[in-house]
Design a protein around this ligand. Structure first.
Ligand code: AMP
Ligand code: ZN
Length: 741
């Protein structure tokens, strides 16, 4: 393929001098580029992958010009991999690995392989070398020794620190003024050994029981977080190289410290262009594993979404803007990508969708190519490049030119646009059926032609009749699965009916994720004991698998008072319960946990209790507290409580218009019940526990499926959320009310 050879060049924002600059290679014809790579004790989430996509697009832009790019992406297999993480079993696979007696190296190897696979799936070009931190301990030691020699680093009790006072340029990347603020917010441990608390660790003495450790001139230990990138970038790219990339969170401290180490070591400036990508957000905050809002590529695959749809989604927002990830926008990208592929396939079959076909003239391709490059080279304006791609496909240019240009554009976009045509391939037996149908059409037997079309449609093929010919293609995955039943991505998409008049006495709300046995038990018991009551059952399918999705569809089609709302991925507990509240049409809402089986009629006693308008909330399992520090259960007492547990949680629907919905920040279910109880009490209502309500409490499958460390941590976080809001409201406690009276 002949590539336009002109003087257009990539211009990009350099974090170092805060200017958009033209990339001029240090060595003509060659680019050396370093990308901070993955930490391999867990899967990379799609936020991480957004950063690697940015690096990939930069590289593709440079290679398009014919530059040879040497791309280094390191594998962090030490440093982040803290011993506590392993011991706490925070991660199921790490935990499993420990149980199976796997070593840290085996875990790192396991996740590295998964990372390479994810990159391949997203069509990210593999780095020239993926060096591992643990293979570069000698290089790391050499740099540290030199820094000690230059008196820029100091040793205390087997630990080595970088003295930022002795490196005048410190702050050059992130801005000196900001440094103190940033340092205050930092996750680094307060280490009393440091001369200046802002000094950072180069080498740490191995604590007792640590396996990942190395001999060094300063005793057994392991490297700090930043030094590996200095060592590996200099080793593979030399003392002065072109480009260094990462996410904006890397600017400080990681890259600031890398500059300090590398420059103090070499005595010169090491990186010419520092490029940082903005974050992928979810629910408005940075996606990260610890925030509990991260997704991995496999989560998208489970939804039968082509992972390249995520690549497409990232193309729709500039690298230097935040991108809020939602499953709805991902699905929209999936559709858009598919439409683009479909148009290319149609062009490939030389069908004209545009009216006036333009004649091919000498420089048509060049004009389009230039327009595209000017756009993407302008600080990586890929959204602009994508719209030019669409413009091209919708234009009246002839198909041959279109395809030629698409092949060129896709060298940068990386959407596998040309090879996607194979997704549209139709087997020969189907081709034969089509020929038969063409015959019907030529004989004007349209009934038979339509019958064939419907038959094919039901067996997963789609037929399109154009003036010149008929094209048939297999349905793509998401057309086959996602259209089987309606799915939603968030509570925002669900209508709020709470202002409408109720048309049922009770709405029973259930949230489920892959719990078939429990669902069957629960629904059976509800039917058994609600015979004469006017009820509806609302089930939120919180991202269950296909089998359970199908089962729920079946049961809801058989029983008109069962409604199922399918969510395409797991959303937070508060959000899921809010959907129940929004859609309930019963005067009374009963939220039922799946560990609960009814053993009698709970409806009449609940209605009776809630007929007292002072009572806001009722159920069998109350909680009491003396001081908000600790809640204990109501010990089978009938009477007023401080909170009601979610096992069975009943309130009047009209209350919601007064007290509001549950707080969405509660993604995990625990302590959300306490929080909402207080929300209700805050409006002067009381909470009544009736331990005689006929229910049986079984094992809690969600709780049991979680690792103790994880559930404790999540519970604590939620408890803190609760306390942050209600800590000062001891006036709401029953114990204080009694005293006042
Ligand atoms: P880590 O594995 O945490 O070292 O991160 C690997 C890369 O992903 C780094 O370049 C980070 O800056 C980047 N990164 C982390 N979280 C996000 C996010 N939510 N969006 C975009 N990039 C991210
Ligand atoms: Zn790095």
């Amino acid at each position: 393929m002949k590539i336009l050879n002109n003087n257009l060049s990539l211009q990009i924002f350099n974090t170092l001098n805060k200017q958009t600059e033209t990339i001029v290679p240090i060595k003509a014809g060659h680019i050396s580029m370093y990308t901070c790579g993955p930490t391999v004790y867990r899967d990379a989430h799609i936020g991480n992958l957004r950063s690697y996509l940015m690096a990939d697009w930069i590289r593709r832009c440079l290679e398009y010009k014919g530059l040879k790019v040497t791309h280094i992406k390191n594998i962090t297999d030490v440093g982040h991999m803290r011993q506590e993480v392993l011991e706490q079993g925070e991660d199921k696979i790490v935990d499993a690995a420990i149980k199976e007696g796997k070593t840290a190296a085996e875990i790192a190897d396991f996740y590295s392989k998964r990372f390479f696979k994810d990159e391949k799936t997203l069509n990210i070009l593999p780095a020239t070398i993926f060096p591992k931190a643990t293979d570069h301990i000698n290089e790391i030691i050499e740099i540290i020794a030199k820094l000690i020699e230059k008196k820029i680093a100091y040793t205390i009790d087997g630990n080595i620190y970088f003295s930022i006072q002795n490196f005048k340029q410190y702050g050059i990347l992130s801005g000196n003024i900001k440094i103190n603020n940033l340092l205050n917010n930092l996750r680094i441990e307060q280490d009393s050994n440091k001369i200046n608390p802002n000094d950072f660790t180069l080498w740490k003495k191995a604590e007792k029981g640590r396996n990942l450790k190395w001999e060094s001139p300063w005793g057994e230990g392991f490297p700090g977080w930043h030094i590996e990138c200095s060592a590996m970038s200099i080793k593979y790219l030399g003392n002065f190289f072109d480009i260094h990339t990462g996410g904006v969170d890397n600017i400080f401290p990681h890259h600031e410290d890398e500059i300090a180490q590398s420059e103090a070591y070499t005595g010169n400036s090491v990186v010419k262009y520092w490029i940082h990508g903005q974050h992928l957000l979810a629910d408005g905050v940075k996606m990260s594993k610890s925030s509990g809002n991260s997704y991995i590529l496999n989560d998208l695959k489970k939804l039968k979404i082509d992972p390249l749809a995520f690549r497409y989604l990232c193309l729709t927002t500039k690298y230097n803007s935040r991108l809020n990830f939602t499953f709805s926008s991902l699905k929209a990208s999936q559709k858009a990508l598919f439409r683009l592929q479909e148009r290319i396939w149609i062009a490939h079959n030389d069908i004209n969708l545009a009216t006036n076909e333009q004649d091919y003239y000498e420089n048509t391709t060049e004009i389009w190519e230039k327009k595209f490059l000017q756009c993407v080279y302008n600080n990586l304006d890929l959204p602009g490049g994508l719209s030019i791609t669409w413009e091209l496909m919708k234009s009246d240019l002839n198909n041959k030119i279109k395809l030629e240009l698409i092949e060129k554009f896709d060298k940068i976009l990386g959407l596998k646009l040309i090879s996607s045509i194979k997704n549209f391939k139709t087997p020969t037996n189907i081709q034969k059926i089509i020929q038969k149908r063409e015959k019907y059409r030529s004989e004007k037997d349209y009934n038979s032609a339509d019958r064939v079309r419907n038959e094919l449609y039901n067996s997963s093929y789609i037929i399109n009749d154009y003036t010149s010919k008929t094209l048939v293609r297999p349905k793509v995955k998401w057309e086959k699965y996602n259209n089987l039943w309606q799915t939603y991505s968030s509570s925002k998409e669900i209508e709020n009916l709470t202002k409408n008049n109720p048309n049922k006495k009770f709405s029973i709300g259930i949230v489920t994720f892959n719990e078939l046995t429990e669902l069957k038990r629960s629904i059976k018991s509800i039917f058994k004991f609600s015979k004469n009551n006017n009820i509806e059952i609302l089930i939120i399918d919180n991202g269950s698998n296909h089998k359970i999705g199908r089962w729920l569809e079946d049961i809801s089609s058989k029983h008109e008072n069962i409604t199922v709302i399918h969510i395409d991925h797991m959303i937070g507990e508060a959000e899921a319960k809010n959907i129940i509240i929004k859609q309930s049409m019963g005067e009374i809402i009963i939220l039922l946990d799946l560990s609960i089986e009814l053993s009698g009629n709970i409806f009449e006693p609940i209605a009776k209790a809630l007929s007292d308008k002072n009572i806001g909330l009722t159920g069998p399992y109350g909680l009491k507290t003396n001081d908000l520090n600790h809640f204990h259960d109501g010990e089978g007492e009938y009477g007023y409580m401080d909170a009601m547990q979610f096992y069975c949680f009943a309130f009047r629907r009209d209350l919601v218009n007064q007290v509001g919905f549950m707080r969405k920040s509660f993604r995990f279910y625990r302590n959300l019940d306490i929080d909402y109880s207080f929300q209700i009490k805050n409006y002067g209502y009381t909470i009544l526990a009736d331990p005689n309500l006929p229910v049986i409490k079984h094992q809690h499958s969600v709780w049991n499926s979680m690792l103790p460390a994880t559930r404790d941590e999540l519970s604590k976080k939620n408890y803190k959320r609760f306390l942050d809001k209600w800590r000062n409201r001891i006036d709401l406690l029953e114990i204080n009310k009694n005293n006042n009276n």
